[in-house]
Design a binder for this molecule. Structure first.
Ligand code: GTP
Ligand code: MG
Length: 461
């Protein structure tokens, strides 16, 4: 049900700023703000043209609170699609709160989280995936995530999906029609055409589902875990990459117990480097907890940096290291593993030949040697992800879930056509597939679903 009562919220971030924005939306919000606004142009807000602004005072009774700029947006040409007023006031926390409290006296309530965007969706100003992109846009903090959120907000994949969905719905109704006339042996739905359609959809959806991995990297960053034996220089490497003394470094093995994480930007992508507890057999309870966490972090990572301490490498133990590398590669075959021989500033017997097959890079984390080669290797991995080649990228777990469910149905339909399975079963799968796609764009929605999505927004959005 669409609510149209007046809602208000501070739309700018909490705290002190030069200017703050208070947003009010609802069926008679313009009249209500007229009660407290005294424009210098002596024009009542209810007479003010849409998208025009006026300088004036906001007063609580006789008391002036602030000199403000007020903009009026008349429905449907506003963010929410309703009448909407924006007050730009000075950024003092006291002023913001005072204006907010005053407005609350005039038939207005504090907006729920995401309620402005919810109303925008309910009034047909944007579809659900666009509304979700608004949240992403606000949260974006790299060039790549900004570009992605912006493209989704401009429609992203919804036009494509809506078109495909329409065609599925068409087929479903043709098949139903055929069932109604089943006695007369007429054929309305051309199964070859349906097969072509589901094949197209299958390719599109598979591509979108695959793009989630990239979307996740853009939105949440590329997780890169640093592992190796105690004292191999993991924390030193983290500090070197971040250019700050983030983690404690010491010559005592087992220094890092918990994981430590921070990020830097490489080629406009957020890279999350995670330093971990060194892996070894130990009786120390806390260290063992840290080692357990290391394994969890490895699972979440896209890239594993496996560090070997060159100063302890010798002809006797090198085979153990080689076996370990082979095992890691086997256990985590979907991940990129980069072998690093650290402490190359220390000269030891040459053992490099053995590690050539693993394309190990010799670095010195302490002196910052060859770190550029490591960055280059990470950049190469990113290029292989082909981030720029995807026009449309999925970033949202809800979208992924619905796309995967649709894909399942589509595969079932394809099989049914192949096996000549009866039309009534086909029509059930077709309906289910178009239902999932409808939920994706919000064509089909319910209060619970909307509540779930918009409650994650913050107030004022
Ligand atoms: N010569 C040299 N020493 C290094 C280098 N990198 C690290 N070290 C030294 O090796 C020791 C261990 O470094 P850490 O960074 O604490 O090693 P770690 O892998 O984090 O160790 P744990 O947290 O105990 O698992 C310290 O004394 C560092 O100064 C390097 O490139 N060259
Ligand atoms: Mg450490």
């Amino acid at each position: 049900m669409i609510k149209t009562d007046n809602i208000v919220a501070i739309a700018s971030p909490p705290g002190l700023g030069a200017i703050s924005l208070i947003r009010i939306s609802g069926n008679d919000c313009i009249n209500q703000i007229d009660n407290i606004f005294y424009g210098f142009d002596k024009i009542k807000l209810s007479d003010q043209e849409s998208h025009k602004l006026q300088l004036g005072y906001i007063k609580d009774g006789d008391q002036i609170i602030d000199k403000v700029l007020v903009t009026v947006f008349r429905n449907p040409k506003s963010y929410t699609g309703e009448d909407l007023v924006e007050i730009s006031c000075h950024g003092s926390v006291y002023i913001q709160e005072k204006i907010l409290q005053t407005i609350l006296n005039y038939n207005c309530r504090i907006a729920d989280p995401g309620e402005f965007t919810l109303r925008s969706f309910l009034n047909g100003k944007m579809d659900l995936s666009e509304a979700e992109a608004v949240a992403d846009l606000i949260a974006s903090n790299t060039k790549a995530s900004h570009k992605l959120a912006l493209s989704q907000m401009r429609g992203g994949f919804k036009n494509d999906i809506n078109k495909l969905r329409e065609e599925l719905v068409n087929f479903a109704s043709l098949i139903e029609l055929e069932l109604d006339f089943s006695q007369e042996d007429v054929e309305f739905a051309n199964l070859n055409k349906l097969n072509d359609l589901v094949s197209t959809i299958e390719i599109k959806l598979t591509d979108l589902v695959k793009s989630f991995k990239i979307g996740n990297v853009i939105k949440n960053g590329l997780p890169i875990v640093i592992i190796g034996k105690p004292n191999s220089g993991k924390s030193t490497l983290l500090n070197c990459l971040l250019n700050e003394e983030k983690a404690i470094v010491s010559s005592i093995p087992g220094t890092t117990r918990d994981f430590i994480e921070d990020q830097i930007n490489i080629n406009g992508i957020k890279c999350r480097f995670i330093d971990t507890a060194g892996i070894r057999k130990t009786e120390d309870k806390i260290e063992n907890l840290g080692i357990k966490k290391t394994y969890e972090k490895i699972k979440e990572a896209e890239i594993i940096l496996y560090l070997i301490d060159k100063s302890v490498l010798n002809y006797k133990n090198i085979d153990n290291y080689l076996r370990e590398i082979v095992k890691i590669k086997k256990d985590f075959e979907d991940k990129e593993i980069i072998v690093l021989i650290n402490k190359c500033d220390i000269t030891t017997k040459i053992l490099d030949d053995n590690l050539v097959s693993f394309s190990a890079i010799q670095i010195s984390a302490k002196q910052g040697l060859n770190i550029d080669k490591l960055i280059e290797r990470i950049s190469n991995y990113m290029s292989r992800l082909n981030i720029d080649s995807h026009n449309v990228i999925i970033t949202n777990a809800r979208h992924l879930d619905l796309l995967s469910k649709t894909l399942n149905e589509i595969k079932k339909i394809k099989l049914s056509i192949k096996q000549n399975i009866s039309s009534d079963l086909l029509s059930i799968d077709l309906k289910q597939a178009s239902y999932f796609l409808g939920e994706l764009t919000g064509e089909i929605s319910n209060d619970e679903l909307l509540g779930n999505i918009f409650s994650k927004f913050c107030i004022g959005k």
